[in-house]
Design a protein around this ligand. Structure first.
Ligand SMILES: Nc1nc2c(c(=O)[nH]1)N[C@H]1C(S)=C(S)[C@@H](COP(=O)(O)OP(=O)(O)OC[C@H]3O[C@@H](n4cnc5c(=O)[nH]c(N)nc54)[C@H](O)[C@@H]3O)O[C@H]1N2
Ligand SMILES: Nc1nc2c(c(=O)[nH]1)N[C@H]1C(S)=C(S)[C@@H](COP(=O)(O)OP(=O)(O)OC[C@H]3O[C@@H](n4cnc5c(=O)[nH]c(N)nc54)[C@H](O)[C@@H]3O)O[C@H]1N2
Ligand code: SF4
Ligand SMILES: [Mo]
Length: 761
């Protein structure tokens, strides 16, 4: 035993030296291990700049002690300031004070955005299901061989429609574009869609049909410049807390009206809550339009930029407040007074909608009914106005323009020959590689898999085995699939667990690229962490696949995300989303993000206005420049409550600390403390009493498709006859009902019939 001071020092020094030798030994073993387990393809790639899956943190980040990145959760698009150690690794973060979106604020998810990166659940090696059904680690070379051999064989035997991918609104658009172009032009498949179908397909279709292009007109400053703010089917306090902060900054003492069946956190903070009957939106909006027309409160100048008002006026005759009162659960007086409020001359009225509108069997017509009201009252193209959809995921707006799924990359149409020629020339690929037929939508892809037409699925950065509607059907169709590939940050998501091959992906913070937020603002994200093990950025995975497939030459110019950005940016020329004025990522950062459009001529304007809205000139993107009034009669709710299933189940976001299927937020010790661990249901106290349910008691919830248990949370905020269960718990979608908006094919997540019962002991 050492006892004197000198002995201590010698003992410590020997210990440090020994520890150093052990470290060195492990370092050598690790390097050797990497060499053995990294195929030639991977080794080539890790030498490339911009790949931080296995490589080094970029040297250009080294001199600085901070980097900026757009948050990787919601579509608000807050900028975070990442604090780096001397090797360029993120050690902490704080919200960016000067950024025009969040103005120094962030919600709990943003503050804890680094936590999910460190989880032991990270996928660090490709995983392959072996003959006995067990997932075993493999190297990238084998993974690529299996991926290409299996998919090529399926293509050979069953044709180009037998393989599909389902992807996301949560990776940079450079990655989305590479995936979409690789799959369709390089690998020659046709069917692909993204989880954005679950989220904003309705808004896309509504804008396209009404305005001629998918063009959400707002800028966030509109929250601060409105006199009347109508939030319909949107719970900002939970789902977009920083946008609610923007509302709170409005100096005009705005009237805030929340239209939602539940008295949400947002409704409670509003001036007026319209406690609508679920799916009463469309008749309510038509009745408002009826009153406005009847009373001559239309804006004649605005109408000169539209077409179809005559037919719409005729149609509206049937929608008096008295005629819709029952359908909406509102009195004639409430409807009349609402009509006056939203058509007040000289008042700026802005409408904002999210999933309460989009996720409906008649979402598109409901969104268009909002658009119609704005066109009639002149509330568009001016400060504090607009029919504004708020998107969900950090890059849902990027996927709309660049994912090459529903629309041809860069805001084009597959069906348009001139568009196909332009894209072929811009990307330097043969014209015949671009299909003119369109992909099946998400639900149609899954139906084709159920019927055996689609044999293989490749799932990228989404978790449909939890999030898809009536998810029990997915479990059943898994049995039919010959091959399921899941590319994810984690090896144990509900979807990864049933895959045949898992490709380990780097996540937010470990790669670069751009997101577009709800106000069309493009912002950059940075690589500030090394991905664990052999996880690679999705960009690099797609490049590996291109090489392994044998179409690497077609993507030779797509060397880094920024090189890809330059390519797809140029494709946008002369489209409504033209961003050819953006020179570089550096320019985007310097200008505090850039809203589209930003054509090259505006590059000289210095500094360009940091808040821009669309349609200030009254010209729309339709062939005659006019916006269209579109409408049709309300349809019956697909599965209303009945004698056997007497409750209507609503679903949605639960807390500001939970994100979707919780693969990321559940990894944060701090966030986990901020929400209930297990599924709960909100129920009106009177309904609970009639069933003898006590607060906290676990009860059975059943629909025609499945059942789950959830603990009772007494909530007078929910109407009698309804329950609300947050979507973050996987059981919820065992219950939901597969029904879709016919125009957008967006799922109707928010209304199905359920029965409740005490658990038998
Ligand atoms: N904390 C957190 N924030 C998120 C997300 C998350 O998972 N967690 N996800 C992001 C994503 S991808 C999205 S799409 C957005 C979603 O953002 P929101 O759409 O605001 O959130 P939801 O809770 O899904 O739905 C909003 C409201 O619709 C109401 N609703 C239900 N049925 C009807 C109806 O018939 N009519 C009307 N008018 N309202 C109805 C519900 O009661 C609910 O309060 O949130 C984004 N932000
Ligand atoms: N009942 C009900 N269901 C709903 C809804 C509802 O309101 N009610 N809302 C719907 C809506 S609006 C949405 S948007 C969907 C969301 O549904 P999902 O998209 O399925 O949900 P997420 O949990 O966001 O899944 C993202 C997956 O990508 C992984 N991931 C994250 N970053 C990366 C990356 O950079 N690369 C790769 N390869 N993987 C990554 C995550 O680990 C996670 O597994 O849910 C829908 N489902
Ligand atoms: S509001 Fe959205 S973008 Fe902003 S910090 Fe929270 S999750 Fe991130
Ligand atoms: Mo979403």
């Amino acid at each position: 035993m050492p006892c004197g001071g000198g002995d201590w020092i010698r003992f410590l020094a020997r210990g440090v030296l020994a520890f150093g030798r052990v470290l060195r030994f492990f370092h050598l073993m690790f390097t050797r291990f990497l060499k053995q387990h990294t195929g030639p393809l991977t080794r080539d790639l890790v030498q490339e700049p911009g790949n931080f899956g296995l490589g080094k943190v970029p040297s250009r980040l080294k001199p600085s002690s901070t980097a900026t990145s757009i948050c990787g959760y919601c579509a608000t698009g807050c900028q975070l300031k990442i604090h780096l150690d001397e090797d360029g690794n993120a050690i902490n973060l704080s919200p960016q004070a000067g950024y025009p979106v969040n103005l120094g604020m962030a919600c709990p998810k943003g503050w804890q955005a680094l936590d999910p990166l460190d989880s032991p659940d990270r996928a660090t090696m490709p995983l392959l299901r072996n003959a006995s059904g067990k997932m075993v680690e493999t190297d990238w070379t084998t993974a690529m061989e299996i991926f290409t051999t299996r998919l090529k064989a399926i293509r050979e035997e069953h044709g180009r429609e037998a393989v599909a991918f389902l992807s996301t609104g949560q990776i940079p658009f450079e990655e989305m574009a590479l995936l979409g172009c690789l799959f369709k032009f390089g690998m020659g498949f046709l069917h692909c869609d993204a989880n954005t179908r679950q989220c904003m397909a309705t808004a896309v279709t509504a804008y396209k049909e009404s305005f001629g292009f998918d063009a959400p007109p707002a800028t966030y400053a509109d929250f601060e410049e409105s006199d009347v703010i109508v939030l319909i089917g949107a719970n900002l306090c939970i789902a977009h807390p920083i946008l609610w902060q923007r509302v709170m900054r409005n100096p005009r003492s705005p009237k805030i009206i929340v239209i939602d069946p539940r008295a949400t956190e947002t409704a409670q903070a509003a001036t007026q809550h319209v406690a609508l009957k679920p799916k009463g939106d469309l008749p309510l909006l038509y009745a408002l339009a009826h009153c406005i027309l009847r009373d001559g409160r239309v804006d004649r100048k605005s109408l000169t930029h539209t077409e179809g008002i005559e037919d719409f006026s005729e149609f509206l005759k049937d929608y008096s407040p008295a005629a819709v009162a029952e359908m909406t659960g509102q009195t004639v007086e409430i409807i009349e007074s609402l009509a006056l409020t939203v058509s007040e001359p000289n008042k700026r009225v802005s409408w904002w909608w999210t999933m309460g509108v989009n996720q409906s069997h008649e979402g598109v017509r409901t969104a268009q009914a909002i658009i119609n009201l704005c066109l009639m009252t002149g509330n568009i193209g001016k400060p504090g106005t607009g029919p504004n959809s708020i998107t969900g995921q950090c890059n849902a707006m990027g996927s709309r323009l660049f994912s090459n799924t529903t629309s041809l990359v860069g805001g084009h149409d597959f069906a348009d020959a001139a568009h196909r020629e332009k894209v072929a020339a811009g990307l330097g690929i043969p014209l015949e590689k671009i299909p003119c037929d369109s992909s099946l939508a998400y639900d149609q892809i899954l139906a084709a898999a159920e019927s055996g037409k689609i044999k293989a699925l490749w799932i990228v950065a989404t978790n449909p085995f939890h999030s898809w509607i009536d998810s029990g059907r997915l479990a059943a169709l898994r049995e039919k699939l010959e091959f399921l590939v899941v590319q994810d940050m984690y090896h144990n998501t509900e979807s990864a667990q049933v895959a045949d091959l898992v490709l380990p992906a780097a996540g937010w913070g470990e790669k670069e690229g751009c997101f577009i937020n709800s106000e069309r603002r493009i912002g950059t994200l940075k690589s500030v962490r090394k991905a664990p093990g052999q996880a690679l950025s999705d960009f690099r995975i797609f490049r590996l696949i291109a090489n392994a497939w044998g179409c690497g030459d077609m993507f030779a110019k797509w060397t880094t995300p920024e090189a890809a950005f330059q390519l797809i940016r140029d494709l946008t020329m002369n489209r409504p989303c033209d961003i050819t004025g953006i020179e570089s990522y550096e320019m985007i950062d310097r200008l505090g993000g850039i809203q589209w459009p930003f054509p090259s001529r505006s590059a000289g304007v210095s500094p360009p206005c940091s808040e821009r809205r669309l349609f200030e000139n009254g010209i729309y993107y339709t062939s005659n420049g006019k916006a269209k009034f579109l409408f049709s009669p309300p349809e019956r709710m697909p599965e209303p409550p009945d004698f056997k299933f007497p409750f209507l189940m609503l679903t949605g976001r639960g807390t500001s600390s939970q994100w979707h299927t919780q693969t990321r937020t559940a990894k944060s010790d701090i966030l986990r403390k901020l929400y209930p661990e297990n599924a709960y249901l909100e129920i009106h106290p009177a309904d609970a009493r009639s069933y003898g349910f006590k607060e906290g008691e676990k009860v059975l919830v059943r629909s025609r498709r499945g059942e789950m248990t959830a603990s009772v949370y007494l909530a007078p905020t929910v109407q009698r006859g309804h329950i609300f269960i947050p979507m973050h718990y996987p059981e919820v979608n065992h219950l939901t009902h597969s029904s879709f908006d016919p125009h957008s094919r967006q799922p109707n997540y928010k209304a199905c019939a359920v029965a409740l019962a005490k658990l038998s002991h």
